[in-house]
Design a protein around this ligand. Sequence first.
Ligand code: ADP
Ligand code: MG
Ligand code: MG
Length: 335
Amino acid sequence: TVQDPHQHSTGSEESLAVAGVYRSCYDTLRPVGKGAFGFVRLAQRKSDKQLVVVKFLRKSGVLKDCWVHDRDMGLVAQEISLLARLNHPNIVMLLEAYENECYFQLVMEKHGDGLDLFEFIERCPKITEPLVSYMFRQVVAGLSYLHGKNILHRDVKDENIIMNEHFHMKLIDFGSAAYMEPGKLFHTFCGTLEYCSPEVLLGNSYPGPELEMWALGVTLYTLVFGENPFFDVEETISGHLQPPYFTSPGLMKVLLWLLHPHPKSRATLKDLERDRWTNQEVDISQFSFESVLGCAVTRPTDDKMFHSPKPHPHKDKPHPLSDDIHDIDRLLDTK
Ligand code: ADP
Ligand code: MG
Ligand code: MG
């Protein structure tokens, strides 16, 4: 391994990660999140003190199929090449990318304080449906832009969505993304099991968009109810939803539509762009981040709340809705 004489006590992996041209341009500060194949840090550009977020991607962790020859950057992880070509308000912006022998360093815009949607949900936010619709429609917009470029994200979930104090949402983590091609089917699942659709769990080959919509449905459900819609693979395949309480019919329709067991009947992005609930009027200035989260910095110490392990636990309890929502298609007919 490369020895870095300027680093001390932060561990050799960390000094390995920051080594190279990147380190001459940025000071690496505190951790922001923890990824599977790397780590994410707040950093500061030396030239103008600009704060950024840097994802360190260990080259040995990048799967064989995930390397591409980029016109401008040469052989890089596809995640970098893809992100460099995206430009949308609901997708994180890649500012620069560096590399050394063992790591890529993805320098991204700092958006908010590094709060992702998983942590937001974990803090038991006091949300209302207009606010949820406002957050949701931005994820829809980001995905529509991506799909318009024939790109699937393939790992849509709360952890891969970041937000700021104005409830401005951005998609991150393009490590599982892939291009769609006419007639092309995927044969393996590479996302997060809790977000996998029944038809893919059953081993079918799949074109992609319908799986993405299912994952979006799981994400919306989790945001609304603070728990996962399905307890395990069996429950996902059975497709029986048991929401813990009533929502408006408009929201229930969107949830059932996205979590429709049959991919052909599932909501599409186009459906959502036209959907009344999703696009309801909302005055976002009415919502302050502090009041929604109880407090901006410290976790609430209410004894109803606890630090839940990932994923958000599914509260296993009977509820009055199961019969009413049993006939999904009948409900969706009222759209
Ligand atoms: P992995 O591919 O290992 O899941 P991610 O790209 O999802 O890595 O990053 C891991 C975590 O780091 C995210 O869940 C999020 O909390 C945080 N994170 C990543 N990128 C940013 C960013 N640009 N701004 C703020 N937080 C980020
Ligand atoms: Mg991630
Ligand atoms: Mg990833």
